[in-house]
Ligand binder design. Sequence first.
Ligand code: GLA
Ligand code: ZN
Length: 664
Amino acid sequence: MIMTDQLMYGGDYNPEQWLDRPDILETDIEYMKKAKINTVTLGVFSWAVLEPEEGQYHLDWLEDIVDRLYSNGISVILATPSGARPKWMSDKYPEVLRVSEDRRRALFGKRHNHCYTSPVYRQKVATINQKLAERFGNHPAIKLWHISNEYGGECHCQLCQEAFRNWLKNRYQSIDELNKKWYTRFWSHTYHSFDTIESPSSIGEYDLHGLKLDWKRFVTDQTVDFIENEIAAIRKGGATQPTTVNMMYDYLGLNYEKLAKVVDIISWDSYPLWHKTKEVEIARDNGLQHDFMRSLKKKPFLLMESCPSATNWQGISKLKKPGLLSAASWQAIAHGSDSVLYFQIRQGRGSSEKFHGAVIDHSGRDDTRVFKEVTAMGEQLEMLQEVKGTKCKADIAIIYDTENRWALEDAQGPRNNGLFYHEAVMKSYSAYRKLGYNVDVINEAQDLSDYKIVVAPMLYLFREKIETRLEAFVKNGGHLVMTYWSGVVDEWDRCFLGDTPYGLTQVLGVRRTEIDALYDGETNFIQGTNNERYECQYLCELTQNEGAKTLMTYGKDFYKDELAIAENLYGKGKAYYVGVDAEQAFYDTFYKKVVKEAHLQPILSIETPEGVEVTSRVSEKHEYIFIQNYNTEPVDMPLDGVGEVILGSYRDGIGAYETVILKK
Ligand code: GLA
Ligand code: ZN
């Protein structure tokens, strides 16, 4: 399915808020053209205008706008309106409203809060989707369907309870099997029938980890089912364009691995807290999310939303300093996005997002600082269309798994004050980025055979036979890095019996005996034979060496001199065990050794200055190297002869927040 041959540039546009101001709608199109905007997303929250009364469909205004955009060379991403409902619907059919975990039904209001099981809601959504598809399914302006908006959250109504029970019946067949998997003899929580099982609740069951995990899986599956219902309706209406759902930053409410399977294109909404700490650190954290999104399908994705200046929902509405809009936008492209899209084109006048940044603000002018930066970005993108569709290739994968995180953070032990999974993943990710390598960020179900190095930080929950696949990976010559608190439980959060990390003690050459948690502020250190020394915190694992080579040992406490970091030859490959939460400097040094032993070459052979990020995309013929300076000062990098400079004024250095693109 070819969506468009352009890098998409534009964003969310809400003309339904301006229908009584045709002058504004006209100016907007002129401004879009001026800013080189080629795509807008329409209809995200338009339901009350599209169907003001039950069964009365008003689509002409939308068609008129789509036509006008098209005749001005602007394409459309068309949303289905299920992200928020019209009032008449909640009034007439209260079942469409969500019930919270404490069993209270919501009143009308807000958004993203429908019951995803309600047959009425599903029917209403299907009907409006089909109407939209019948009208716009063949319109040449429409390139992509944006299904709903930022799916998330859960509903605990009776309809959802019923669906959950059926889901469980299907999964376990017998109640005995469910009791076994959920380990319900503990505290006498044995179930006698599927028919009385309730979803987790703060006024009921909240300690059964198997139930909680399955509930989260159900919520994902039920949401996926809802999405499929939406997509089936647009297909029934004759639409053939590809589909997407816009995902969110580090979102834990759904397992995106499953959503990725039912849409054609991955997209996400990126709102980093720019300028809160060093820009490069924020860029890396955002980079990890870009890479996670790209790795879901290992294909170019879309940056569906980003803010042209300050948001209004974060604690502090910080403006993007001059140049940062360009850096953040190019970062998305550098990590594999085929778009730069903003929320929003025109700032709304009232209600809760009236102060959210936009391409066109309340002044209605096209000479604002933001508008000029948006235009400059548009001009650059227009010149660099050749990057569209190129791929990011990575030899290194880090496993960052949602189900693992669900279980890990709910486990009650070994450190309820914080296990720092995201931070642990970030340490490995940052180290590889600093060394100048592309990284894929994958889940436990994904294939490992494309990689030379696989990192499994805190992979507490094993599923999808990961131990067998990791063993095969190392046996066949791969380099595996596994950290503390891995291979502890099965997919129901039941502890493995016998030696752990489960199934991998021979591969790693070590087995875990105990794990010590450190108080906040308490530290230990690890040391190597060449006097290297690194601080460590939070978690220190004690291991029995079963044939591995000791790389580093603990510096103090009753486990002083015991093994902390190990390596082990296995088959044609090598496995490393990092038994402790060590400081960043450890990872920065350690991974230099790992990449060398895995014979990997960084994207650039020259050294990268502090604060500069390097990524690459490749086509069949060319490599595009993106060099981004996140420092507030220019930096010097000897890039002469590396490739043709196709973006950036690179002469004596790279400016603050500047992006240089080299083509090889
Ligand atoms: C989300 C939503 C948008 C808008 C923006 C504001 O990403 O999808 O509708 O509310 O946040 O930043
Ligand atoms: Zn419900």
